[in-house]
Design a protein around this ligand. Structure first.
Ligand code: NAD
Length: 372
């Protein structure tokens, strides 16, 4: 067995009604509650803020899917004006990712752009407490040191990792996901699936991430169809929430691979939700990586009870169809003339180098054309 490190400093509370513990968990007295417009309007943000017992609360509820650097700067200004010392990111990956950067920028002057992408400044340690509460079961952002931001000026969506992005606390309460509509349950659930399988086949995989990933892959295949079709099914929702956070713990150690590299242009240029942008290439990449990892992938097939990689890929395609996800790039509006651009952008993402088969411009183009 190769040597490896494992570091996951976030306190995880996984429990029905976990938000009721917030009063005991918060350490400050001035709260910024960050969420998207839906969770503000439906009262969930206010309910969560109430549970903290903090009376000095400001809300930032303008977070859009795939949060922009400009939105992060706007929320940071509000946090600085109000001397915030506790930040809660409530929502899907978009709200949680935004909250990570804002919690750091309160005590690091300047804009996100000074630190992220071509920015040349290093973040200093975060002082504000950071609590992430997922309301989708997909990104696992509540247990990663990663945030993903889109620079509206350049049109580039990129991940950014910082040691100060590990939330202090991840509160996972599956009950918060019951209001998710079917298409978001489907796409976010398959996002978690891609985290698990990419962590499994990543060149950075280790025995702990492998064990977690195998459990997630099985759990999602067993539960995602029920969660989509029966949204208030308590067991299915709980299993999906558990799979999502477990996949997050797994890929936080390994990073993701080519699927995520390709997802960025599919989201920015074709408007695909993050989970759909990942899952649409999942069957093709599963076949693509197989020759680079035959023994390990056969071991997975064996544990899951599939005779061959083809049978497994077929099951993935049928799950995606059953839960209403597109499987061909043309369904996102991608044309053959777009493939060169998608390849160019994907090849620039560092993550692509963690794929167990060398990805070249040529083989990536061929793969994408095969699912056009
Ligand atoms: P999201 O946060 O963008 O939310 C998608 C939609 O779901 C929004 O319209 C929101 O209002 C709605 N929604 C959220 N919770 C709901 C609920 N309980 N009921 C009804 N509607 C609800 O989606 P996401 O897929 O969770 O996050 C995607 C973002 O996370 C992307 O930017 C992606 O790149 C990033 N991401 C980050 C990490 C990480 O480790 N930091 C990992 C994967 C993805």
């Amino acid at each position: 067995m190769n040597k490896f490190n494992y570091y996951m400093p976030t306190k995880l509370v996984f429990e029905d009604g976990a938000i009721q513990q917030l009063g005991e968990l918060v350490t400050g007295d001035s709260l910024l509650m960050m969420c998207d417009p839906f969770l503000y309007k439906n009262g969930m943000a206010e309910e969560v803020a109430k549970q903290t017992g903090i009376s000095n609360v400001v809300y930032f509820h303008e977070i859009e899917p795939n949060p922009s650097c400009q939105t992060v700067d706007k929320a940071t200004a509000l946090a600085r004006e109000n001397n915030v010392n506790v930040v809660i990111g409530l929502g899907g990956g978009s709200a949680m990712d935004a909250s990570k950067m804002v919690a750091c920028l309160i005590d690091n002057d300047g804009s996100i752009l000074d630190y992220y992408s071509s920015g040349d400044r290093e973040l200093e340690p975060r002082k504000a407490q950071l609590i992430c509460i997922p309301t989708t079961a997909g990104t696992g952002s509540e247990v990663t040191n990663i945030g993903v931001y889109t620079n509206k000026d350049t049109g580039i969506k990129m991940p950014f990792a910082s040691p100060y992005f590990w939330p202090d606390i991840a509160l996972v309460d599956a009950g918060l996901t019951h209001t998710l509509p079917a298409h978001i349950t489907a796409s976010t659930g398959m996002d978690a699936f891609t985290h698990a399988i990419e962590a499994y086949w990543s060149v950075n995989a280790n025995p702990i991430s492998d064990a977690l990933s195998i459990s997630v892959i099985r759990t999602i295949l067993d539960n995602i169809e029920t969660a989509v079709k029966d949204p208030t099914n308590v067991e299915a929702r709980k299993n999906m929430a558990f799979a999502s956070v477990t996949a997050g713990i797994s890929f936080s150690q390994t990073k993701t691979t080519a699927i995520h590299a390709v997802s960025f242009p599919l989201t920015v240029d074709f408007g695909a939700s993050h989970g759909l942008a990942c899952s649409i290439t999942l069957p093709a990449f599963t076949k693509f990586v197989y020759p680079g990892n035959v023994d390990k992938m056969d071991y997975l097939m064996n544990i899951l009870g599939y005779d061959s990689i083809d049978a497994f890929v077929e099951r993935l395609r049928s799950v995606m169809t059953n839960i209403g996800l597109q499987t061909q790039l043309s369904e996102l509006g991608v044309k053959e003339t777009d493939l060169d651009h998608i390849v160019d952008v994907s090849m620039k993402a560092a993550l692509i180098n963690f794929t167990p088969v060398k990805v070249t411009r040529e083989n990536l183009y061929t793969l994408l054309k095969s699912i056009l």
